[in-house]
Write a protein that binds this ligand. Structure first.
Ligand SMILES: [Ca+2]
Length: 338
């Protein structure tokens, strides 16, 4: 093999039997292989990925190959472009990485937080450094992490002592199954947007986590707007009614029992959503003609309600929540929950 006319390097394969012929059938690939072949080919060639850069011409045994896509010699091109064109135009960087390129230079990917690699193709192992303190267990969620804190510790990295931290203790409530908290009136303009984020540590699979809705003078629900977060078999369900009927959307996975998780739920006009930690967000659209959430001065409840007649007649609304609730925020503002 020679490179740029430099003296050839030669190597001879040990002779084994009489087979000294190169017999090839099937397609010739340039620049890489298709996905289903990639693993075995990369292993055999000790390569880590497909070639990235320009290839101007290919000649084998005096025959020049036409490298233009769909030409006489090139049957299929995947993820390739014209050299000289902007190498970022094919959006080579993965996972929201930003591509930058200089003149005659290969492109460079600036990876989003939590990703690494030439194409930002790998998740950074954020748990490798064990960020959770006091024996907390780290779980990777996308590019971030969640700590399952030991009893008595809270916070992103379990850095806070629940018992010796008045501020945090005031923000944590433990529910045994029939208790509930009526939240003090709080200022939140939820007419167009209602977005809530709450940390839960459920100890039983079903229950009302949050309810805020209309009630008549006797404290019963007859009709009207409401928003509710309910656990069903540990799966967070967000229910809402902005006047056009009850809608719901459920998270794509259950919460872990006895483990703190963040649940984000809410709706913008008719678009409801719910998600756990930094995982996928499930979405659903409520029926048309009504889109504003009108809650006036009605009270909001955590962990259940004092009287189940205050709730819409929905089968999943039959239990109070059991476990811990902390750090409720509504439209970005912390709500005192004790
Ligand atoms: Ca309404």
């Amino acid at each position: 093999m020679t490179v740029d006319g430099v003296a050839a390097i030669e190597s001879t394969r040990p002779q084994r039997g009489a087979n000294q012929h190169l017999n090839l059938m099937g397609a010739l690939y340039l620049g890489g292989t298709v996905a289903q072949m990639a693993q075995s080919v990369h292993k055999a060639a000790q390569a880590v990925g497909n070639y990235s850069g320009c290839i101007r011409s290919l000649q084998i045994n005096e025959k020049a190959y036409d490298l233009r896509i769909a030409s006489r010699d090139s049957k299929l091109g995947i993820n390739i472009g014209q050299c000289g064109a902007d190498p970022c135009s094919n959006a080579p960087c993965m996972n929201n990485g930003r591509c930058s390129a200089g003149l005659d230079k290969p492109f460079k990917c600036n990876c989003a937080s939590g990703y690494e690699g030439v194409l930002c193709e790998r998740l950074v192992d954020v748990c490798a450094t064990n960020p959770c303190l006091f024996g907390g267990m780290c779980t990777q969620t996308g590019g971030s992490f969640v700590c399952a804190c030991p009893s008595g510790r809270i916070g992103k990295t379990c850095e806070k002592d629940l018992l010796n931290n008045d501020e945090e203790a005031a923000m944590t409530a433990l529910f045994e199954g029939d208790g509930c908290v009526r939240l003090a009136p709080f200022r939140a303009d939820v007419d167009v947007t209602f977005n809530a984020d709450v940390w839960l540590k459920p100890s039983s699979p079903n229950g009302i986590v949050f309810y805020w809705g209309h009630s008549d003078p006797a404290g019963r629900y007859v009709n009207g707007d409401f928003v509710a977060l309910v656990l069903v078999n540990f799966v967070p369900h967000f229910f809402w009614n902005v006047g056009s009927g009850v809608s719901s959307v459920s998270a794509s996975s259950p919460l872990d029992e006895n483990t703190w998780s963040s649940v984000k739920f809410g709706r913008h006009l008719r678009n409801g959503s719910v998600g756990i930690n930094d995982g996928p967000v499930a979405r659903s659209l409520s029926p048309p003609n009504r889109s504003h959430l009108n809650l006036g001065s009605f009270s909001a409840y955590l962990g259940g309600v004092p009287n189940f007649a205050a709730l819409p007649a929905i089968a999943k609304f039959n239990n109070s929540f059991s476990g811990g609730i902390q750090q409720l925020t509504i439209n970005g503002a912390a709500v005192n929950i004790k």
